[in-house]
Write a protein that binds this ligand. Structure first.
Ligand code: FPP
Length: 242
C-alpha cells in the first residue's frame, strides 16, 4: 500500500483516456479515421512533453475490448493505423529512450499486428527515459479476470498482492494521475484495479487538441490535490512535517 504524501508537483505515472478523435474529425467534415490519425500526432506530442517534464510512465487507452463493436471499417482502420504508426514511429521512440509495452489481449489481432507489437517491445526493452504503455484490445475487467485465472491455474492464493503481480501493468506503479479528454466523465473500463487511489482530471479538449498547455493544466490540477490514501488530512499534514 502506498503511503500518504504531500502532493508531488509532477506525477510519476500519468494515464490517459484519449477521447474525442471522432468529434474532432466530424467538426471538420472529415472521416472519423482522420481524427484517429490526428490522435497519433497528439500522442507523439504528449510522449515528448511527458518525457520533458520528468514523468516516468505514460499509459494510454488506444483500443478497448469494447471497440470491436465499432463499424468494421473503423476497426480495420485502427488496426492499420497501429501497424503503420509502429513502422514509422518506433525508430524515433527508440532513439528518444522510450520503452514500449502493449497491454491487452493479443487474441483477435492479426499475425502481422502481433509481430509488430512483439518486435517494438523487443527493440525498446532496454530504454529507461519513459515507459509508454499502449493499452490495445484492453479492458480493466479483462485484466482482473485474466490475472485471477492465471493465479487459479497455478493454484496460488488470490490476494491483493498476488493479483497486482499478475496484472498486465505489474511492471509499473499505479497511476498517480488519470486524465480523460473529450468532456466525458467516465472510466470506461480503463485501469479499474490500478486507479483505486489515482487523482482524476477531466478535460473538455478533444484528444487531437490536447497540447502541452493542457498537459501542464492537468499537472497543476494534480499538484493542488491532497492525496490521503484513506488517512485524514491531519495525519497527512503531520507526516509531511516529519
Ligand atoms: C476515442 O475517441 C479514441 C479511440 C477509440 C482511439 C484512440 C486512438 C488514438 C488516439 C490513436 C492512437 C492509436 C493507435 C492505433 C496507436 P472516439 O473515437 O471515441 O472519439 P469520439 O468520442 O469523439 O467519437
Amino acid at each position: 500500500m502506498r503511503k500518504p504524501s504531500s502532493p508531488a508537483s509532477v506525477p510519476q505515472h500519468v494515464a490517459i483516456v484519449m477521447d474525442g478523435n471522432g468529434r474532432w474529425a466530424r467538426k471538420r467534415f472529415m472521416p472519423r479515421l482522420a481524427g484517429h490519425r490526428q490522435g497519433v500526432e497528439s500522442l507523439k506530442r504528449c510522449v515528448r512533453a511527458c518525457a520533458a517534464r520528468g514523468i516516468r510512465v505514460l499509459t494510454v487507452f488506444a483500443f478497448s475490448s469494447e471497440n470491436w463493436n465499432r463499424p468494421e471499417d473503423e476497426v480495420s482502420g485502427l488496426m492499420e493505423l497501429l501497424g503503420k504508426a509502429l513502422a514509422r514511429e518506433v525508430p524515433q521512440l527508440h532513439a528518444d529512450g522510450v520503452q514500449l509495452h502493449f497491454v491487452g489481449s493479443r487474441s483477435g489481432l492479426s499475425d502481422g499486428v502481433r509481430q509488430g507489437l512483439d518486435e517494438a517491445e523487443r527493440t525498446t526493452q532496454g530504454n529507461q527515459r519513459l515507459i509508454l504503455n499502449v493499452c490495445f484490445n484492453y479492458g480493466g475487467r479483462w485484466d482482473i479476470a485474466q490475472a485471477a485465472a492465471a493465479l487459479a491455474e497455478c493454484g496460488e492464493p488470490i490476494t491483493e498482492a498476488s493479483l497486482s503481480g499478475a496484472m498486465a501493468l505489474h511492471h509499473v506503479p499505479d497511476p498517480d494521475l488519470v486524465i480523460r479528454t473529450g468532456g466525458e466523465f467516465r472510466i470506461s473500463n480503463f485501469l479499474l484495479w490500478q486507479s483505486a487511489y489515482s487523482e482524476f482530471h477531466f478535460s473538455d479538449a478533444l484528444w487531437p487538441d490536447f497540447d502541452e498547455a493542457a498537459l501542464d493544466g492537468a499537472i497543476a490540477d494534480f499538484a493542488s490535490r491532497e492525496r490521503r490514501f484513506g488517512q485524514t488530512s491531519e495525519q497527512v499534514q503531520q507526516d509531511g512535517e516529519c
